[in-house]
Ligand binder design. Structure first.
Ligand code: V47
Length: 371
C-alpha cells in the first residue's frame, strides 16, 4: 500500500520531494503543523536514502568545555554561571593538557565550546588550541560557536575575521553549530536576551565559510518558539547555505528545562516528546535540501530515539562524546559517553550500515560496513 497516495493531503509535497523541487515556507508550515508522522518519516527517509543509502556516519570524539563562566546567561541554559558561583570553573592550560593526555588513539575530533567568560582574552584560546595541536597533531579541533567568536571580538576589540585568522593559525579546524537557538527576535529576546542576534550568527558563519572553514548548524526547539519560527529558522540556514555551501550538518536540539531560568518564567513548558523530536527532524531533512547531513545527538534525544531517528531523516549519529556538560547541567539522563562498539550496535540493529567518519566526512573506517 502506498504511504502517500494521490488523495493524501501531502500528495503535492511528495511529488516535489520525489522530483527534487525545493519546498516553500508554506509547504514547511503544513508539514510542521501535521501529526502524520508516518508520512513525514516516509518523505524524510526517501531524501535521506537518496543522499546516503543505508549508511550512518559517526565519529569518535571528545568534548572539552574550558570554562562555564558566562556573562550572557541565557534563560534556557543551565550550563553557564556567574563568576562568583561556587560551580564556576576555568581550566588551566595544565588541565587542558591533562585532558589531551587522556585522549586515546582513534579519537579524530575534539569539540570545544564554553561560556562567554569576560576574563579570558584571545591569547588563552590561542594557547589552548596550540597546546592541544602539539599533543594531538592529527586530531581535528572543532571549536567555538559563532556566539563565542562574537564575544571574543568584543572583548578583544578585534573584528571577527581577525579573531578567526588568529585561531586558525593556532590550530582551529572548523566550527560547531551551537548558539543558533531560534533566529526569530521575539522568542530569542526571551530565551536568550543579550545573546548575539540570529542575523549576526548567520553573518559570522558566512565570514567563516568565506575564510575556508566548514561549520555545523543547529536549531533549539521545544521552548516558546512557534511552528513558523522553526520554518523561518530552517529557511535562514538554507539561504546562507545557497550562498556559501559551508554547512556540513544540521543538528536539531530539543530544549531541556531542568535548572534553567526559563522554566521558572514558563512553568508550563516541558520536556520534548519523541513525537516532536521525530517531526522536527523529518521536516528539517525535507526543508534543508542543500545541507548534506542531519545529525541526531543521542546525548539529548536518548539512545532509543536516536536509533529511531535513523529512519526519520538522520544519517549521522553523534558520537562517542565523553564528558558532556551542557545537557547534563539541564537534566539529561543519558550517559556522558558511549563506547564505539555500542554506537555500532545501535546502528546495525536499526538495519543501517555504520561508517566511521572524521569531522569533514572523510571515511576513517569502513570495516564495520563490510562486516
Ligand atoms: O547552543 C544549551 C543547546 C547547544 C540547553 O556542531 C541546550 O557538531 C537544550 O551546539 N537544553 C550546544 N539545549 C550543543 C551543540 C552541539 C551539540 C552536538 C554537536 C554539535 C556540532 C553541536 O546546546 C547550545 C544550545 O542550543 N543547549 N542548554 C538546554 N538546557
Amino acid at each position: 500500500m502506498e504511504v502517500i497516495g494521490k488523495n493524501h493531503p501531502f500528495a503535492d509535497i511528495w511529488k516535489k520531494v520525489q522530483a527534487g523541487i525545493r519546498l516553500t515556507k508554506e509547504d514547511g508550515l503544513r508539514l510542521m503543523k501535521s501529526n502524520d508522522i508516518i508520512a513525514l518519516g516516509h518523505m524524510a527517509n526517501y531524501v535521506r536514502e537518496k543522499k546516503h543509502g543505508h549508511y550512518v556516519f559517526f565519529n569518535t570524539n571528545r568534548h572539552i568545555n574550558p570554562t562555564n563562566i558566562c556573562q550572557t546567561l541565557c534563560a534556557f541554559c543551565a550550563f553557564g554561571v556567574r563568576m562568583k558561583d561556587p560551580k564556576a570553573y576555568t581550566m588551566s592550560m595544565e588541565e587542558i593538557e591533562h585532558r589531551a593526555d587522556m585522549v586515546p588513539s582513534g579519537v579524530t575530533e575534539i569539540h570545544i565550546v564554553g561560556g562567554n567568560n569576560p576574563q579570558l582574552k584571545i591569547d588563552y584560546y590561542e594557547e589552548l588550541l596550540r597546546r592541544l595541536k602539539k599533543k594531538l597533531p592529527h586530531v581535528h579541533l572543532k571549536a567555538f560557536t559563532a556566539v563565542e567568536l562574537d564575544h571574543f571580538s568584543r572583548v578583544n576589540k578585534m573584528p571577527v575575521d581577525e579573531i578567526l585568522r588568529r585561531l586558525i593559525d593556532a590550530g582551529l579546524d572548523s566550527m560547531p553549530g551551537g548558539g543558533a537557538e531560534i533566529f526569530a527576535e521575539q522568542p530569542r529576546s526571551i530565551i536568550a536576551d543579550h545573546k548575539t542576534s540570529g542575523e549576526r550568527w548567520l553573518e559570522i558563519h558566512e565570514i567563516a565559510h568565506k575564510m575556508g572553514l566548514r561549520s555545523n548548524c543547529t536549531m533549539l526547539y521545544n521552548h516558546i518558539e512557534t511552528e513558523e519560527d522553526r520554518i523561518d529558522h530552517l529557511i535562514g540556514l538554507r539561504d546562507l547555505q545557497d550562498r556559501t555551501g559551508g554547512f556540513q550538518t544540521f543538528i536539531p536540539l530539543s530544549w531541556h528545562p531542568e535548572n534553567t531560568e526559563l522554566i521558572k518564567q514558563y512553568p508550563d513548558l516541558n520536556w520534548s516528546t519523541g513525537f516532536l523530536d521525530l517531526k522536527v527532524l523529518a521536516v528539517a531533512r525535507l526543508m534543508l535540501d542543500n545541507i548534506d547531513h542531519i545529525k541526531t545527538y543521542w546525548i539529548q534525544v536518548g539512545t532509543k530515539m536516536a536509533q529511531t531517528a535513523l529512519w526519520f531523516g538522520a544519517d549521522d549519529l553523534d558520537g562517542t562524546v565523553v564528558e558532556e556538560k551542557i545537557y547534563h547541567a539541564a537534566g539529561a539522563e543519558t550517559e556522558q559517553e558511549m563506547a564505539k562498539s555500542e554506537l555500532i550496535r545501535l546502528i546495525r540493529e536499526a538495519g543501517r550500515i555504520p561508517v566511521e567518519r572524521d569531522t569533514l566526512y572523510n571515511i576513517v573506517n569502513t570495516e564495520f560496513a563490510i562486516a
